[in-house]
Design a protein around this ligand. Structure first.
Ligand code: GL7
Length: 793
């Protein structure tokens, strides 16, 4: 392959050539299974599920492909004989950051699991030219740089020009009756965009299934090339901007036209290609719902609903009722957050000018909804739930009204949707609501990221768990086996030393692998409460300054977090953490008892390094706000002990490991809602009445923290004077007490390692294999691996 690609042999080649040669080999190695999977699906006319997602946060793929193909060790060994280190060449691959955080990474875990569980399920999204920005710290401030992940090419994708489709925007549309009596649209002055698919094989683990991730790229249609040169360049730039850059918003919604264009672009392209593929099988459009399931991942692809309606009405000439029936049966929707700013809504003017025909259809869906509900529900409820209201189109309402299934992503989150956030809809459509707790793939997050732990587990209980993760429960038999607990401790120590090397190399900070590695890795958002973590660090710092002999076990606090570029408050928190790190890391009197490591540019590849080295998993969001969380699952699977509020999937983690093996603190969701109701939370009182807390908070404004005056003042005010929206001060004392408990437990190594072991043993249910099997069985009604049925129980 090296000779074919680069006309060179191994001795002449460097890492980059070796990486691309190997990547190409792997791709051709799986090509046969890729086409035979497709042929089989066609031949058996199997129902297909399509996961529509704005984000797929894949991470590097070389090793995961090798693992899933069952050739990781062979390739590693073969390369070694040639004097090549696999670990070195995998670093060449760009880490495609086509997602913001948990939502995008979940989509990536799901497609890996679908292929592994032999579910005919594929991803559909956008091939963003630039992934999520690259984060740099300059003087402690976050600076955003472009992430040009395609610069050196992408070995995994195949451009499929022959499968391109056209997506239309703008223009005028009117309906005219045809000779057959159909009302069909006529268009004038539309802007046509060519959507070109790039397909990536998604390889199942230990089987012959290879599914497809189809990402669309926006290009200028060929006929437009005939225009004059400058108009051509301008139009090309405008069109290509659609698939240029991923929006760096986590749960902040930005009302930007380009975002709406992106959403319609991949929705329309995806659905057109699904229908084209379906019709190739010679089946009647009337049976579409028997062969196709489309999943709407968050509201971003909610235009799937009017777009499918448009194609069924305008292209297939079905009547409204019939088309609507098919659409509801095809569509299902997942809600991923209750944060109100993430509930997308578009101004009517914007959507009706950009997508005139789609807007007509949305209006008609809304009109019929109101008409149908009038007889059944109160006017108030109908007004609160209709799609077009207050001059806006509400995407969540569209997704709910047009789908047969609506799910939340953890038990608590689904309960809150039913009882609070979507309560009106729950009363209208009770049977549509269901829960599907998130999951993670054990292949990337244990088998690849933590090879020493994988080996230890295999030694103890065999390797059935690799396919059936709940088998990890067998580890419980070793809970009192000192030797195993010591081996577990050794592995953690090795992983920590490994990570410490990285920290020294990349950040020039020396950390002691015998310290507690306390990890909070997730997007920077006020509700996730990185500030609570920081206030506790400041408390420890003050304690040590007052009495250098204060008896605490040394700690390394590890943060990894990007803030949305427009989210000023989150960026201030980053700066503040970095300033506190400057202060503490350079204070010799602290005697290395505290260190703060804020990893720059946190993403999938860094998570793979940090998670195996973690002792403590910080999951400290304000109860009710974190829909699920998934780093909580990855960290427990790698033997970290969770320090958590009863939020999201933390509740289910506690149920699995028992209260003795997780440290829980803080308000419950019920208490939070109670505060909202009676308005009785006054953060200022906590400042006034709690001297310890007061002293800590004063460090933000009294000059203790270097070079963060503005940030310290703003943050102080938000907590003390402007209401403390996420109850940081309320939970402070309990958090400090919980941290003390951690300190005490950690000093008893056997107890600690037993907790770690029980966490690993209890993590089995959080495999995304189970999650997708439940989607396949309960929502999509598609087939799956015959022996996987028992995993559902
Ligand atoms: C999120 C939730 O915040 C997170 O709790 C959840 O685990 C994830 C996947 O379901 O979805 N919702 C959201 O908008 N983002 C998330 O990560 C960005």
């Amino acid at each position: 392959m090296l000779t074919e690609l680069y006309s060179m042999d191994v001795a002449q080649s460097e890492d980059t050539e070796q990486y691309f040669a190997l990547g190409n080999l792997v791709r051709s190695y799986c090509a046969k299974n890729w086409s035979s999977t497709n042929r089989l699906y066609m031949k058996k006319e199997k129902k297909q599920a399509y996961y529509f997602s704005m984000e797929f946060l894949l991470g590097r793929m070389l090793k995961s492909n090798l693992l899933n193909l069952g050739i990781l060790e062979t390739v590693r060994g073969g390369l070694k004989e040639l004097g090549i280190d696999l670990e070195k060449i995998v670093q060449i691959e760009a880490d495609p950051g086509l997602g913001n955080g948990g939502l995008g990474r979940l989509a990536a875990c799901f497609i890996d699991s679908m292929a592994t569980c032999e579910i005919p399920g594929h991803g559909n999204g956008i091939r963003f030219k630039y992934g999520l920005f690259k984060q740099k710290f300059v003087n402690g401030y976050q600076v955003e740089l472009p992430e040009n992940w395609l610069q050196n090419g992408n070995v995994w994708e195949t451009r499929r020009m022959n499968m391109a489709v056209t997506v239309s925007f703008y223009g005028k549309v009117w309906l005219e009756e045809t000779v057959n009596g159909y009302m069909l649209p006529h268009y004038e002055n539309t802007e046509r965009v060519l959507a070109v698919p790039y397909d990536t094989p998604i390889i199942g683990y230990g089987n012959n299934t290879v599914n497809t991730l189809r990402l669309w790229s926006a290009e200028l249609p060929a006929q437009d090339e005939a225009m004059d040169y400058w108009s051509y360049i301008q139009r090309r730039n405008r069109i290509e901007s659609i698939s240029e850059v991923l929006y760096p918003d986590d749960s902040n919604y930005e009302g930007r036209l380009l975002r709406l264009k992106q959403e319609y672009f991949f929705v329309s392209a995806g659905i057109q290609s699904i229908i084209r593929h379906y019709k190739k099988m010679g089946l009647s459009i009337n049976h579409l719902a028997e062969k196709v399931a489309i999943h709407i991942n968050d509201t971003h692809p909610a235009l799937c609903i009017p777009e499918l309606m448009r194609l069924l009405l305008d292209e297939e000439h079905l009547d409204w009722e019939h088309a609507w029936n098919i659409t509801i049966n095809v569509m299902s929707y997942t809600n991923h957050t209750i944060m109100s700013e993430a509930l997308e809504k578009w101004p009517i003017d914007m959507i009706s000018s950009l997508l005139p025909r789609v807007y007509q259809i949305i209006s008609e869906i809304d009109r019929r909804y109101v008409e149908k509900m009038a007889a059944l529900h109160s006017t108030g409820k109908i007004e609160r739930t209709r799609i077009i209201e207050g001059g806006h189109v509400k995407m969540a309402h569209l997704a709910i009204i047009g789908s047969h299934s609506i799910n939340g992503v953890a038990k608590l989150h689904t309960a809150i949707l039913k009882e609070k956030v979507l309560h009106d809809f729950f009363l209208i459509y009770p049977s549509r609501f269901n829960n599907k707790t998130n999951g993670i793939t054990q292949r990337r997050w244990l088998m690849l990221a933590n090879e020493p732990l994988r080996e230890l587990i295999n030694e103890k209980i065999g390797n059935d768990w690799e396919k059936t993760l709940t088998e990890l429960k067998m580890l419980k038999a070793f809970r009192n086996d000192e030797e195993t607990l010591k081996e577990l401790a050794e592995i953690k120590r090795i992983n920590k030393a490994h990570f410490a090397e990285y920290v020294l190399d990349a950040l020039k900070i020396e950390v002691d692998p015998d310290a507690i590695f306390d990890v909070q890795i997730k997007r920077l958002h006020a509700y996730k409460r990185q500030l609570l973590n920081l206030l506790h660090i400041l408390k420890l710092y003050l304690d040590l300054k007052e009495d250098p002999k204060t008896d605490i076990h040394p700690r390394v606090f590890i943060f990894g977090a990007k803030a949305a570029p427009s989210y000023t408050y989150a960026k201030e928190i980053i700066k503040l953490i970095n300033s506190v790190a400057e202060l503490i890391n350079h204070d010799a009197s602290i005697n290395n008892k505290l260190k703060i490591v804020f990893i720059e540019n946190y993403g999938v590849s860094l998570a793979e390094k940090i998670i195996p080295a973690a002792d403590v998993s910080e999951q400290i969001s304000l109860a009710s706000k974190e829909a699920s969380g998934t780093s909580n699952m990855k960290l427990m699977l790698n033997g970290a002990v969770t320090l958590a509020t009863l939020d999201g999937a933390n509740v289910e983690i506690r149920d699995r490991v028992g209260s003795e093996n997780i440290i829980i603190f803080g308000l419950t969701d019920k208490e939070v809602y109670q505060y909202y109701q009676d308005g009785s939370y006054h953060s200022h009182d906590y400042y006034e009445n709690n001297p310890v807390l007061q002293r800590v908070l004063n460090t933000l404004i009294d000059g203790t923290i270097p070079d963060a005056e503005t940030e310290g003042r703003d943050i102080f005010n938000s907590l003390v004077n402007y209401g403390d929206e996420y109850f940081v001060l309320r939970d402070f004392d309990e958090y400090v007490a919980a941290q003390k408990k951690i300190d005490k437990l950690y000093r008893d190594p056997l107890t600690w390692q037993r907790m770690a072991l029980i966490n690993i043993a209890g993590a089995g249910v959080f495999s995304s294999d189970y999650t997708v099997l439940q989607y396949a069985n309960d929502i999509w009604d598609v087939a799956y691996r015959p022996d996987a049925g028992e995993l559902l129980n």
